[in-house]
Structures are given as structure tokens and as C-alpha cells.
Ligand binder design. Structure first.
Ligand code: ZN
Ligand code: ZN
Length: 287
């Protein structure tokens, strides 16, 4: 089977949402079964039979105080309980193959809050994402870490946080594992040994990584992670999921021929399926 385990019901930022909102309004809102059904429909058209909606945690009012960044605080307007209830209803009442998920930021100072929030909701899958190094953003162009830190420090600190996120025990999957390359700055070769230590720690933790086609839609124009990282994860015994990180129905499972070929090329024969945060390996198969 194929899955898409990293999806958002709306784009990031109010401007982009204002531009798109007529589409979900016509369906009865972005949490309606009709709108979620459009994600399922596009998935099925691309041979994907199960999806997970993994909204950014920063969209929810519950966590507005977690981070000082003004963009984070502006975005934190939604109701997490309503999000989870809508996904449960889409599955239970409408028969859609949808998992209840969340894309949770790794914020080291908020470990207890993250644990409490995850325990309070019926998640099937929790993605862990390192988007921030303190107050500086890795992939938000308005708050870039690159000007302040440079490549060595950005990548070095990123690797430390990725390892810490894995060993925290909070997450099921590490999202976009080589994210700092997003704008084109690759990891310096001097960090190769450190990267391999982090991959070994991820393997010990039992957390999966995602093979994400999102990078194909970003300036770097390649999968997360790149083939070298993906092969290193496979050799270390780290399981994988498959995802697009789509923020609109059209992008669900986009780039999957490339992503599936990369997984197979790295030696993966299975991907990880989740239900109530329990992993299971299933063969990678079209249709
Ligand atoms: Zn992300
Ligand atoms: Zn995402």
C-alpha cells in the first residue's frame, strides 16, 4: 500500500488562506467531510489508500504562549479539539481513510507541555518537526536563522535538536529530516560523522523518518531526505513513512513516483502504517 502521512487542510499564513478560502467555504468549511474528502479523492487518484491530516501545532490557540515569535502567535487561532473531532467524524461517520495527526514542533523548553497536549487528544500519528533553533526559524523566510548563524552552526545545532527530538520519546515520525537544505545550503561535509551519530541515535529511539516529496516543491527541488541520508537511515534500520506535506488537495501524493523510487533505491521494502500511535510495516505497493 501507499500512504500520505503529512497533510494540512489549509496553507500557511492568513494571506494564502484568504486566497484559497472560497474553495473550502463551498464545501462547508475546511474541517468538513467534503473538504477532507477532496484530499482522499486526490490520494486515491494517485494510488494512495490512507492519509493522515497533521495540522501544524502552531495553528491552535492552546499553544499560543509556547513560542515568542509573532508569526507563531498570529497563526495560533484554531481549536484543537474541533480539529480532532472533525477527523474522527470523517473516519467514523463518513468512512474516509483518514488518521488523526498533528505536526508537533520540537521546542525543548516545552517538553512537559508537548507530552500533556499529546496525551489529551486521540492521535493516530504524531510528527516531530525541528523548525526552530530558539527564536530563529530554519524554513520561514521572514525569520531566517541563516543570517545570524551561518551554515556550520545552523546544521550543527539542527542535528543536535533532531537527535534530541528523537530521543525525547514524544514523536512517531521525524518530518523532513534534512530540512535546513530548503533554501539551498547543504550540510557541510565536516558534519558527516555527527550526522551518522544522530542517525544511530534515531535508530535506537525507534522513531521513523518520513520520505517527503515536499522538497520537490521548494527551492532545493529534491526529496527530504536526499538519497545519501535516506540510504544511511535504511542501513541503520530506521523505518520510513511516505508523505507530501501538501497544504491543499491538489498536492496530495505529488511527486510519489520519485519518492517511491527513492525509497526502493535506498533499500526500503516497507513503509510504516500507524493506528493509535502503534506502528506496523506494510509492503510498498502501488494500488
Ligand atoms: Zn514542517
Ligand atoms: Zn507540514
Amino acid at each position: 500500500m501507499l500512504t500520505d502521512y503529512h497533510l494540512h487542510l489549509q496553507p500557511d499564513g492568513q494571506e494564502a488562506r484568504d486566497a484559497d478560502c472560497a474553495r473550502w467555504d463551498a464545501d462547508g468549511g475546511f474541517r468538513s467531510a467534503a473538504w477532507i474528502g477532496r484530499y482522499v479523492e486526490r490520494a486515491r487518484a494517485r494510488a494512495v489508500t490512507e492519509i493522515a491530516i497533521t495540522e501544524h501545532v502552531h495553528r491552535f490557540a492552546d499553544v499560543r504562549h509556547w513560542h515568542p515569535n509573532p508569526w507563531w502567535q498570529e497563526e495560533a487561532t484554531e481549536d484543537l479539539g474541533a480539529h480532532c473531532a472533525a477527523l474522527v467524524a470523517a473516519r467514523e461517520d463518513h468512512g474516509l481513510p483518514v488518521l488523526v495527526g498533528i505536526e508537533m514542533d520540537w521546542i525543548p523548553q516545552r517538553v512537559d507541555d508537548i507530552g500533556a497536549l499529546l496525551a489529551a487528544h486521540p492521535f493516530d500519528i504524531v510528527l516531530g518537526s525541528v523548525h526552530w533553533l530558539g527564536d530563529l526559524a530554519i524554513d520561514h523566510p521572514d525569520y531566517p536563522c541563516w543570517d545570524d548563524l551561518g551554515a556550520d552552526e545552523t546544521w550543527g545545532r539542527y542535528l543536535d535538536e533532531l537527535g534530541a527530538a528523537a530521543t525525547s520519546g514524544l514523536f512517531d515520525v521525524l518530518a523532513h529530516p534534512d530540512l535546513p537544505k530548503v533554501f539551498g545550503t547543504r550540510m557541510p561535509a565536516s558534519l558527516d560523522a555527527r550526522r551518522d551519530e544522530v542517525i544511530a541515535a534515531i535508530a535506537d529511539s525507534g522513531v521513523a523518518i518520513e520520505c517527503s516529496s515536499a522538497g520537490l516543491r521548494k527551492p532545493i527541488n529534491e526529496l527530504y531526505p536526499d538519497p545519501d541520508w535516506l540510504a544511511a537511515f535504511q542501513r541503520a534500520g530506521v523505518p520510513a513513512t511516505l508523505s507530501s506535506d501538501a497544504h491543499r488537495p491538489d498536492d496530495v501524493a505529488s511527486g510519489y513516483p520519485t519518492a517511491v523510487a527513492a525509497l526502493r533505491g535506498a533499500g526500503y521494502e516497507t513503509i510504516t502504517r500507524f493506528r493509535e500511535r502503534e506502528p506496523e510495516q506494510v509492503a510498498i505497493r502501488w494500488g
